[in-house]
Design a protein. Structure first.
Length: 272
């Protein structure tokens, strides 16, 4: 697998599978590119070039002490795109990864023909007058406190909500174990810092720069990234975008609704 070196010397682990028009998959917190396993294989088999990478601090990428702000993370995405010579790409951001897509469109924007936001934090998670359904800083501080006290135990509980355990759409224990394993590969520093990044960054200024055909996918039962604070607001800000809501679905759509997600992605990709 190729390794891409960013502007500050951080080395990113990259997967580059298949041939055809490129699709770049940006993973969520606190996982890595392996979380796109099902979609990566299916999209490559369908005739697309599928690029995914481990965010700095996560998975097999370097674990620097800093650089966990969205400007740097978007520049890391640009380094991957430029380093692989990717053009005419569809950017697909899941959860925290949606922020990289939005900020990339502001800071770079080149080489992108479509954008997809899956369970994304865009246009912002934090509660405010303009986002009354958002989350509070106390919740973010509680997440960070739990991570500092007992990161494995906190994340094990977190992933039960992430996948909607107890709902019709839950996942198997092996999937929960696999997900926790991915999360524990990450730097504790990156895991903490990215809570601040995805929880407090306001992307409303980036939204006007999302000037390509856009698909928004979100579960109405998502308790990790509430749809009312994110997907529903983004759809109103991008009236030409397509919003697909998965009724009652939790946050971890890449696993709980893997087939449906692939189908919706392929239908959108073939429109380009």
């Amino acid at each position: 697998m190729p390794v891409i070196t960013t502007g500050d010397g951080t080395k990113l682990h990259v997967k580059d599978w298949g041939q055809g028009r490129p699709v770049v998959l940006i993973h969520g917190w606190p996982l890595n590119a392996d979380s796109w396993e099902y979609q990566s294989v299916r999209l490559a088999e369908a005739g697309f070039r599928v690029v995914s990478y481990d965010r700095r601090g996560f998975g097999r990428s370097d674990q620097p002490w800093g650089g966990y702000d969205y400007d740097t993370l978007a520049d890391d995405l640009a380094a991957v795109i430029d380093g692989l010579g990717v053009t005419d790409a569809t950017l697909v951001g899941f959860s925290m990864g949606g922020g990289e897509v939005a900020r990339y469109m502001t800071r770079h924007g080149a080489g992108v023909s479509q954008a997809v936001f899956v369970g994304s934090v865009v246009p912002g998670m934090l509660k405010s007058e303009s986002n009354p359904d958002g989350i509070t800083r106390d919740l973010l501080e509680g997440i960070q406190a739990g991570l500092r006290k007992d990161r494995p135990a906190f994340l094990a509980d977190f992933f039960k909500q992430f996948y909607g355990q107890g709902m019709v759409s839950g996942v198997s224990q092996p999937v929960l174990d696999w997900t926790l394993g991915m999360a524990m590969m990450a730097s504790p520093r990156a895991t903490l810092e990215c809570v601040t990044a995805f929880g407090t960054t306001d992307f409303t200024g980036d939204v006007p720069n999302i000037n390509v055909p856009t698909l928004i996918i979100h579960g109405t039962g998502d308790k990790t990234v509430p749809s009312a604070a994110t997907a529903e607001r983004l759809a109103k800000m991008l009236p030409d975008a397509t919003l697909i809501e998965y009724s009652g679905a939790p946050h971890g759509l890449t696993a709980t609704h893997a087939d449906r997600l692939v189908g919706d992605l392929l239908e959108f990709l073939r429109q380009a």
